[in-house]
Design a protein around this ligand. Sequence first.
Ligand code: GBH
Length: 447
Amino acid sequence: MPTKVSFPEGFVWGCATASYQIEGAWDEDGRGESIWDRFSHTPDRVRDGDTGDVACDHYHRYREDVALMKELGLQGYRFSIAWPRVYPSGKGEVNQKGLDFYSRLVDELLAAGITPFPTLYHWDLPQALQDEGGWANRETAQRFAEYCATVVDHLGDRVKRWLIFNEPWVFTVLGYLAGIHPPGLRDASTALRTTHVVNLAQGLAARAMRATGKVEGLGTAFSMGGVYPASDSDEDRAAAERFHRFNNVWFLEPALTGRYPDAYAGGTDPARFGVEPGDMDIVKTDFDYIGINLYTRSVVANAPNDANLGARAVPVPDAERTAFGWEVYPEAIHDVIMRIWNDYRLPIFVTENGSSYEDVLDAQGAVNDPQRVSFLQRYVAQVARAIDDGADVRGYYLWSLMDNFEWAMGYSQRFGIVYTDYPTQRRIVKASGHWYRDVIAANGYEF
Ligand code: GBH
């Protein structure tokens, strides 16, 4: 018997992308240098020396790209705005040409009947602000709020719903603790301070955006994953809970409650975050919804030797995996949505979900990606199950519209439902793209 998967009326089907990953035109029309330009232009930072200098050339091809979205029947499009296009050095004079690009993109989307859902920060900090300490510097929070208010002021007549940050956990932890994203630091105490500056930035930005009077919806897209204890023991269950607090709600919890979650086995002294009097009132942010980016899961065991969480992810042998090596575990999206819905009771958008596989353009000019179709069939069915179980999930944004610059992995990972032929910049809709178009048209599917 096939499974029938259906969605409530008004559920939004979309795709997601990010500025640095698709735009290219890195030094055009007054755009300033971003930390990803600096990082990718530094030898040995990105696989194969790849950079986002050209990427998908979306800056020049946005009209064709929006036409493609329309062909697919997309109802929503999540993209990000590059801060250094708007403020080339992070502050001071606005670069009108940068704002104009996003204004044209928004007009094009609206004309195609697609609702824009922009993210204000998807990792491309102006390098000039990094030179002053980046997210470790409290001043950056003020500059971010000013930038956000400027953008909302210019686009807010047409754009109603916004996401402030993309995955604060990823850019602080990978950038300042693991050193695999810019600025490439490995410094635990700086990393904790960036956590707090980012939270302040979010609170200040939300207030500055609302002050324009043009905002109808605000949230942030958080990186999350399924977390399951390695055994039924009390120790493993407690370790899994600490892992959830650090990996899933490390940023969400302070925004909603004004407190840092208890994730560290030995507790976390607020002084280590650099919290000053009054800060936690600013950090508290009035979200209209929560964005969840979810790809995989972790199985977690108690680990007394781990100095931080006292927890570690254990290998899952023989698991099904994507080309990136991430385990395919569809129930994770249901389980995380239910946990977040039960704990916080705010509407949820799936702001990213998808998979990378080694796609090839065949002799007939087609791209057959049955693994991605199967991945999506199973994950999206779990989103429907969460809705059936009572969670208020408003939409699903698939990562990604097209293959693009996958950060430290360069162009080696293809996440698109549209294949990007980089040498020619031709876009070829993959089998998964045809599948998604049919799902959107029917607001559901069978498999
Ligand atoms: C997102 O990051 C980004 O927002 C987006 O820009 C990016 O292109 C996309 O995802 C694809 O990577 O424990 O080894 O199984 C996602 C980052 C993905 C980080 C899952 C943690 C767990 C890997 N997260 N990952 S593992």
